[in-house]
Structures are given as C-alpha cells and as structure tokens.
Design a protein around this ligand. Sequence first.
Ligand code: GLY
Length: 357
Amino acid sequence: MKHIHVELGKDSYDIHIENGLLDRAGDYIRSLTKSKTLAVITDSHVDALYGKRLENSLQTAGFRVHRLVFPAGEEHKCASSLLDLYQSLSDSGITRSDYVIAFGGGVVGDLGGFAAATFLRGIPFIQIPTTIISQVDSSVGGKVGIDLPSGKNQAGNFYQPKGVLIDPTLLQTLPKRFIHDGMGEVIKYGCIRDLELFELLEGLDDEGIFDHWEEIIERCCKSKADLVERDVLDMGERMILNFGHTIGHAIEGCYGFGRYTHGEGVAAGMSMLTGVTEAMGLTKEGTTARLRKLLIRYGLPVDVDASAEDLIPYISNDKKMRGNHMTLIILKEIGKGRLLPLEAEELPKYIRKKVAP
Ligand code: GLY
C-alpha cells in the first residue's frame, strides 16, 4: 500500500494506492466515519463491472448502502443528472453525517463530487477512481462540477474529498483506447516535472505498464498533491497541469468531442505546442522529437488536421482565459514545464498547422 498525504489544513486527506483495495474499501471508510449510511454515486458502466463488489465490501464493514447509478457518458455530466442525484440522495435519507462515495472515472468524480459539495450544503465524500485519468489526476485536488451547454466544467467548485482510494487492478478492464487516453495525462506529468517518470515510460510499452501501475500512479499523485498543496485554487503553480490542455480542449471541441478523447487532444496539444516553442528557441532542442516518439509509443496522436484558424475559436471560451490574458504552459525541456503569460492576440503564433513530415 502506498500513501500520499495531501496537506490542506482542515481539508487534508490521504490518497491510498494498492492493488485489490476495492475489496477493503469498507474497512478504510469505517476508519474515517461512524456514519451508518453511504450513497455510492456511479455510472451504469462501472456499476455493472464493480458495483456489487464495492457494495459487499461496504456492507461487510456495517454500512447501509444506496447505489445511485446514472447513465455512463460525458453528456450526462449535466444539470439534469445533478437534479436527479439530489432527488435520489433525498429519497435515500442521506444526512450531513453520512458519506457520499464517487465511484468511477472523471465524469463520476466531477458530478458526484459536485452533488456531495452542494447537497445539504455539503456532505463528506470519498473518491474511488476507476480510470487512469481519474486515478492520476481528477480524483485529487477537489475540482468538482458539471458541463453547461456553453462549455465543459463551467459550473463547479473546489471541494476536497475526505480520502482517495485507488485500486490499479480496476484498470485491467479498460479498453485499449482508454489506456492510451490516460497515458496522455501520465506523459504530461513526465513532461512538466518528472523526468524519471518520462524515462520509465520510454523503457516500457502498452503491456509493460501493467506491471508498473502502482509506481506510475504514485509518481503522478505525488506531483498532483504537491501542486495542490502549493496552489489549491489553481491561480498559479497548479496551472502547470494544463500543459497541452489549451490546444487539447480546442481540438476536442473543434471535432465535436467525438473524434478525439481528452487524452488524445492533450497529446496532440503537447506535441504541437512544443514543436512551436522549440522552433522559437524557448524549448531545448530535441525535446519535440523525444516527446513525439513517446506519444506514438502509446498510440497517441502528435498532430491534427485542423488549422490554427479552426482551433482558435474553441480557445477563447476556455477557463484559462482571464480577461484578455491567459497562461500557456510550455516546456523548457523534458521534466521542466513553465508558465508563460500571454495576451490573447499572441496566441495564434503558438499554434502551428502541421508537423513537418
Ligand atoms: N486537472 C487539473 C487540476 O486539477 O488542476
């Protein structure tokens, strides 16, 4: 078992990483609370695979369990699902001394966490993430929210969980494309602050990573915890986690959120931006080639067909824009990211159209 403490004063919590932890979740949650009742918020996909197993573990530890299941998919991270969840929490008799468990990928963590943050003005909650992106990133740091018709994550808050339980064996049922999707975020951590992780990934492949998940997840969560401790409200250092995301989100949006997954968009975004910053002399020579080689190794795109003109309209609505200013994250070299403040008018020059053949 690996433990990482996230020190946030009264909002501090621990992240636990261990193969098979799902079956011990009940004991762990029992050590945190005397409450009798838990609401497990999950989606139809995770519930079918693992819902009963989690419920058994929780019941064995003496909890009464309500499983609140909504349909899987980003399109359900919306206001109407949130209202349905409030009603289900109310029907289940959940009170402020009970706990909510958000059990699933990023959509479940964001929606379930936001329901927990706002129902009865806040119910304590635990994250049990089941995808790579949620295990290495979104379950830690307290960002919760829903999408609005005008954009992703546009209604939300910071609300820290009481604990994060990560069972890497749950990744075994992920389809290959979602392994690759998650690797986009894992490679990002290597790029921005963990050269050793980047080197570890260079020596592995799609199959090899399965023997190293505990270590990979621990490295990413340590970076995430450190950044969250320094900048919980995402006003400074934490923004470095957005490397690849400004162009990545634009790629996802430009193709209607159907063609590229989040991790694929981030991968292409990291590669395209680094190609530009290296050509400008802001990034050490050879960085782009090394990054692209690793992305290709994990089945990720390094470029897209859309032009800068196609992508820019999808950036202007981005949360990273503050007034006319924004912060772009670039690499000095592999393992060292930095924040680059920009005026909005300067952005187009950081988006190049095509990778040279
Ligand atoms: N996923 C980026 C952050 O939590 O800041």
